[in-house]
Design a protein around this ligand. Structure first.
Ligand code: KG4
Ligand code: ZN
Length: 334
């Protein structure tokens, strides 16, 4: 069956068509209209601007997604839309549009959890992948570890207690003059620096837990930059990028190793925008090699926000009979 996916939780408006049939998972179209250029002027996402930009783009890209897939609405078996978590005004645009489209065309509607969507990106990129597995979701808004028992049953077994890893990358990037979002730029810059040059606190919370705190690491980096500024000293931005990235990858690798030991899972999925980070892919990949665990990480174009992953997640909710009706509302939180 064909599923139309819609995503508008943050600063990307996306519509996609996926075809799920007899174990086959095919992306027929995946249109992403990024608002990054607009938000870059402000150094971060401005929620109201995001909502307005979604309103302008959503109808056009939906019809583009159908056209690229070579289908019409009458071929669509279900519409899946991100209903939570995210920026509330941004989510409401997608949810309201999806409700109208579903109601007007008599198509079943499915509400999708954005986080489950990120994990489902791995199902699209790896035809062999099946639950149970362990999933690490690292993005601009989330840093969590899940035990995925079935396509729809996710148990959070660890998470950040404050900032998300991507948010902290973006903040440090902004302070050292990188354009928003700073994550990808820091990834590149880190290759030019010395990862041991600056000593930074670990974001892995001490003890037998699977939790993180990125706010302390972020504050330590900002203090380092401010102190250098007060002394009139130039900081070595590459050393900071390398040291910061090292602190992040080391902490995540440590908690992932613990999570694999604790759950005995033989497959690890890493998803979300920060899963595009090359240092993290290598570090987490190495943990999996050492533990003889299969490592599945979607390609770059499926790591960031996109509607194909939402459509895939919607399919599994649909199979479970988890439909939404016209009373569906969006929620900023999970
Ligand atoms: O999943 P996503 O598109 O949106 C959320 O659901 O939050 O993730 C966006 C985040 C941003 O913080 C961005 O800086 C980060 O992903 N990101 C990266 C890289 N590419 C994107 N962070 C580190 N290294 C990268 N290569
Ligand atoms: Zn996301």
């Amino acid at each position: 069956m064909y599923i139309l996916g819609l995503e508008s939780s943050c600063d990307e408006t996306s519509a996609a068509v996926v075809r799920m049939e007899g174990g086959k998972r095919e992306i027929c179209s995946n249109i992403v209209a990024s608002q990054i250029d607009v938000h870059r002027l402000y150094g971060g996402v401005v929620p109201e601007i995001a909502s307005r930009a979604h309103i302008e783009a959503i109808s056009k890209i939906t019809y583009e997604a159908l056209e690229v897939a070579g289908i019409t609405l009458s071929d669509v078996g279900a519409i899946g839309v991100t209903a939570f978590p995210g920026l509330i005004g941004a989510l409401l645009v997608g949810v309201n549009f999806a409700k109208s489209l579903a109601y007007a065309n008599g198509i079943p509607l499915v509400a999708v959890n954005h986080i489950k969507g990120h994990v489902s990106a791995a199902l699209l990129s790896d035809a062999e992948l099946e639950p149970p597995f362990l999933a690490l979701v690292v993005s601009g808004g989330h840093t969590s570890i899940y035990k995925v028992d079935s396509y729809t049953d996710f148990e959070e077994i660890g998470s950040t207690r404050d900032d998300a890893v991507g948010e902290s990358f973006d903040k440090v990037g902004r302070v050292i003059g990188m354009p928003y979002p700073g994550g990808a730029a820091l990834d590149k810059l880190a290759y030019e620096g010395d990862k041991k040059a600056i000593s930074l606190p670990s974001p892995a919370i001490i003890g037998d837990n699977l939790d993180f705190s990125f706010s302390g690491l972020k504050t330590a980096a900002l203090n380092y930059i401010n102190m250098a500024g007060q002394k009139g000293e130039e900081i070595n931005r590459a050393d900071l990028a390398a040291s910061y990235t090292y602190a992040v990858t080391k902490a995540i690798s440590k908690k992932i190793a613990l999570a694999l030991d604790r759950t005995g899972m033989k497959t690890l999925v890493m998803a979300g925008g920060v899963a595009a980070n090359s240092h993290l892919r290598k570090a987490v990949g190495d943990v999996c090699i050492s533990k003889k665990v299969r490592f599945v990480c979607p390609p770059m174009n499926l790591c960031g926000d996109n509607a194909a992953m939402i459509a895939a997640a919607a399919y599994y909710e649909f199979e479970r009979g988890n439909f939404a009706d016209t009373s569906l509302n969006a929620s900023a939180t999970e």
